[in-house]
Design a protein around this ligand. Sequence first.
Ligand SMILES: [Zn+2]
Length: 360
Amino acid sequence: MKKFLVTNKCGNARIGALGTLHGEIKTPFFMPVATKGSVKLLSNEEVESTSTQCLISNAFILSLRPGLETIKMHGGLHGFMNWERGLFTDSGGFQVLSPNFCEKLSDKGVLFKNPFDGKKSLFTPAESTRIQNVLGSDVAMCLDDVPQANSTPERLKESVERTTLWAKECLRAHQNKKQLLFGICQGGVNEKLRGKSAREINGIGFDGVAIGGLSIGESKDKMFEAVEIALKEIPENTPRYLMGVGSAQELVRAVALGVDIFDSCFPTRTARHEMAFSMEKNINIESLKYRNDTTPIDRDCKCFVCRTHSRSYIHHLVKTKEENGLKYLSYHNLFFTQNLMERIRLEIKEGSFSEKKFTE
Ligand SMILES: [Zn+2]
């Protein structure tokens, strides 16, 4: 089976399939985040029924708790979670570099303090790859040096150089040949550095290239400029993954540029902030104006929440802190997002996809 195949194009937008050990994943696709092995508030069955094809978990966080030995007893992360569809693991670079963990950063890796036992360890590119090999996800991600928002050009340059160095070490350490390995480019919104990083990472020869370090507070226009610069360096036959993007508008805009893969906690996180997605305008269900609104959250949504419950009912659940309130919102938001991806794929196939159609 070919690992990645583009079957139709409409402008720069494309559909295709990513071949993995757990079946073909239709691209472009969106991955809900299951950091610790679970999508917040939703069961696997519920997640599956939103047409989710693939999840992403966090290798670093899972290696701390429950630890690799426990997951190994289940034959890997798929077995531990009892999830049979596609699964990516993020290296956890973003988390380990946060001030909560990171004690010292160098070319060797990240010296971090384990919050559970206080022990200090060095998290290296090779160790990150070994962990993901054991977890057995369908796609492993390289450890990258993720700079904070508004980093200086010097820091961005350092991060780009180190990310390339680490990517080579990850590829050398990669032992699980059934698992795909994706590289990640950095460079913030700096044109030169983003282009250089994408070129270098693509040149190493991974199964896919991700665009990382964006959607962290920069303007949307700046972000999409950086995406376009990176995409120029990633050939058509390579899967392109934009990390951390998940609002409807951004998904449509990035697909139009030629991005194939997305992940974000946005749909479920906004749900936990009482916000429901809607084709017209997102609604804050907690607002008093929905107290007696007998219409569904979104008239056109086919999810079980919109088919069976009113805005008034969900408003009541949220107001009275009934757990099902946020659960139903999480379900709706995820279903809404996956439905959008299905529509996008269909329209690309039919040749009628246009960014404007979705945003007008
Ligand atoms: Zn719905």
